[in-house]
Design a protein around this ligand. Structure first.
Ligand code: SF4
Length: 247
């Protein structure tokens, strides 16, 4: 694949109705969920949205103010930037699925409490089981922590790793990116995020290759090694970016 060439997402024009229905059933549960205290302060829950038969799922951290008002993920300025990241590789948000670790906005955009994350994670797990993506793209530190435990985002952004099947993504790779809101605050993070976005098609190709290899060898587990694909000048930008942030 040459630079500037668009990698087409391998999705049929017509998504299987059963998969769309299963995702909508989860969304309906989320919209009325009272499993954790975050339900008390929300305007609208944000289950997630996108193509039900996509190969790529983007996972953010939690709804912000605009998302809470509209009930849709990534619809504010951070969402606009995510759309621009996708545009650099010729993709549209309608072609992927976008969701968050927690589905309701924490008050004052605080970090979610561990029990809130634990209460909400089964929804993400079930979404991933239904979507069965080849590639999960994490947006931000909280999301990355679910898929690459112990990693630091200043070092892991722009790199590709196997996904723990217990996350619900049973045969996927995970590619880490900064949260777009962090990119809005720091030009250097924005520049690195554009670089990371250009690495997504190569990450998907590698994820597809791994899946094909694993399915060809019945019962063969994915290897545990990571395949870093660092951006040209990857490196710590600001150590504070590894600190808890929630948007
Ligand atoms: S954050 Fe998740 S677990 Fe908590 S009320 Fe919202 S949907 Fe339910």
């Amino acid at each position: 694949m040459t630079s500037g060439e668009r990698l087409a997402l391998d999705a049929p024009a017509q998504a299987p109705a059963s998969r769309a229905a299963a995702l909508e059933a989860i969304a309906a549960e989320v919209r009325t969920c009272t499993r954790c205290r975050l339900h008390a302060g929300r305007t609208r829950a944000v289950p997630g949205e996108g193509h039900p038969d996509t190969e790529v799922v983007f996972v953010g951290e939690g709804p912000g103010m605009n998302e809470d008002r509209q009930g849709r993920p990534f619809v504010g300025r951070a969402g606009d930037l995510l759309v621009r990241f996708l545009a650099t590789i010729g993709w549209r948000r309608e072609e992927v699925f976008i969701t968050n670790v927690v589905k309701c906005r924490p008050p004052d955009n605080r970090d979610p409490e561990p029990d809130e994350v634990a209460a909400c994670l089964p929804y993400l797990q079930r979404q991933l089981q239904i979507l069965d993506p080849a590639l999960v793209v994490t947006l931000g530190r909280h999301s990355m922590g679910r898929f690459i435990p112990g990693a630091r985002i200043t070092q892991a952004h722009g790199t590709l790793h196997p996904v723990d099947p217990t996350t619900g993504a049973t045969s996927a790779m995970v590619y880490a990116m900064y949260h777009p809101a962090a990119a809005l605050r720091a030009p250097e993070v924005e520049r690195q995020s554009y670089d990371d976005a250009t690495g997504i098609p190569a990450a998907l190709l590698e994820a597809r290759r791994r899946r094909t290899t694993a399915s060809a060898v019945a019962g063969a587990p994915a290897t545990a090694e990571a395949f870093p694909t660092p951006p040209p000048d990857a490196g710590p930008v600001d150590p504070a970016l590894d600190a808890p942030t929630f948007f």
